[in-house]
Design a protein around this ligand. Structure first.
Ligand SMILES: *Cc1c(COP(=O)(O)O)cnc(C)c1O
Length: 373
């Protein structure tokens, strides 16, 4: 069986270093907000290219804390509207509604799966305060048009960078392009910890200070509480593990780009709808706008295709089978008709891709796929 994602194999390479690190952290005895968190935050700001990074408990909390901070600062008010792509993972939307803000679901582009800039202006009202940009499947979603619209209507751009660590737009990394960004280090993400983890990156010092305080019980000085905060901190051990893996992120992204290029060259384009790049001025191998967290194809008989692959020893996953507006949790949105989003959820299939996938396995997958009838 070719696994969809072999997390054990990904982490095997670092096992000795991880174990040595556990021993080091135990000996130091500083298990919460110690040197490792501080060092990781510094190294991650250098990688992403922002002035500040705040380690938090997970990717959802990173986004929740950004919205919460804007509420505390009086920039957003309850019931303000936040534009978000309708086909994102539900966490993006939960972060908005959890803060009593209103998610406005906007249809994506059917070719790139990222938010369609042409649909933005008609979604804007006097209550719109921000656009939550999701770099879905690992591809940068920001375009000049989105920046222009944000400027014209005075909207904040917030990035959900849970799937795109290392992707670039005009020489800058996603996560440094908007006012603030949420990152996830969930084990299956491109930069994965050995458990939950997340971070916020931003260039805004006030925002960074408020987020850091909010994630630590609303306190920046022990036993003095300026906000009704929560407890969401990046674990010291997870930060130490992430420091071991971060130096390999660039080369890992390169390996996945090579696999994506092979899929796109070899898969039969008459049989499958293959992923498209927003900026297709370069070949996949040289195109830094996509880090290929997921390689997603479409087929009208997706479920039959998935079963065929499984019968032939290839595990695949659907990202995602049910769109947020069709989830019971968001029954208030069930009246919405979002045909592009619904089509995507009915047809997408994510093929195996990772930094440890062998060329032999990739070839095998292509051979099996091209024989599908
Ligand atoms: C994974 C993910 C999140 C949430 O991250 P967690 O660390 O799992 O909380 C948010 N948004 C997107 C797009 C994701 O893929």
């Amino acid at each position: 069986m070719i696994k969809f994602l072999d997390i054990a194999k990904i982490n095997q390479k670092y096992k000795i270093d991880f174990l040595n690190m556990v021993s080091k952290v135990i000996d130091k005895g500083q298990l919460i907000l110690g040197d490792e968190v501080q060092a990781f935050e510094k190294e991650y700001t250098e990688y992403i290219g922002t002035n500040y990074c705040i380690g938090v408990g997970n990717g959802l909390d990173a986004l929740r804390l950004i919205f919460r901070a804007y509420l505390e600062l009086g920039v957003f008010k309850p019931d303000d509207e936040i534009i978000v792509p309708a086909n994102t993972y539900i966490a993006s939307i939960l972060a908005i509604s959890d803060n009593h803000l209103k998610p406005i679901l906007v249809e994506p582009n059917l070719e790139t799966y990222n938010i369609n800039p042409d649909n933005l202006e008609k979604a804007i009202t006097s209550k719109t305060k921000a656009i939550l940009i999701v770099h879905l499947y690992g591809q940068n979603a920001l375009t000049d048009k989105i920046f222009e619209i944000a400027k014209k209507y005075d909207l904040k751009i917030i990035e959900d960078n849970a799937q795109a660590h290392g992707a670039m737009y005009k020489g800058k990394r996603t996560g440094s392009l908007g006012e603030a960004a949420g990152h996830s280090f969930y084990p299956g993400k491109i930069l994965g910890a050995l458990g939950d983890g997340g971070a916020v990156t931003t260039n805004n010092k006030y925002l960074a200070d408020v987020i850091r305080t909010l994630g630590n019980y609303g306190s920046s000085q022990k036993y003095v509480h300026n906000f009704k905060g929560l407890n969401s901190r990046l674990d010291e051990l997870q930060a130490a593990f992430l420091r071991i893996k971060l130096p390999y992120l660039e080369s890992d992204n390169k390996v996945r780009r090579n696999i994506a290029a092979y899929y796109s060259e070899q898969l039969d384009p008459d049989k499958f709808i293959l992923p498209k790049l927003i900026d297709n001025s370069q070949s996949i191998i040289n195109n830094l706008s996509h880090v290929w967290h997921l390689y997603v194809i479409r087929h009208p008989e997706r479920d039959r295709l998935q079963k065929y692959l499984l019968d032939n020893g290839v595990e695949t996953i659907i990202h995602y089978p049910i769109p947020p507006h069709k989830q019971k949790a968001y029954s208030e949105y069930s009246y919405l008709s979002l045909p592009i989003t619904e089509k995507i959820h009915n047809e997408v299939l994510s093929l195996p891709i990772s930094q440890v996938q062998t060329i032999d396995d990739t070839k095998k997958i292509v051979g099996i796929l091209n024989k599908f009838i």
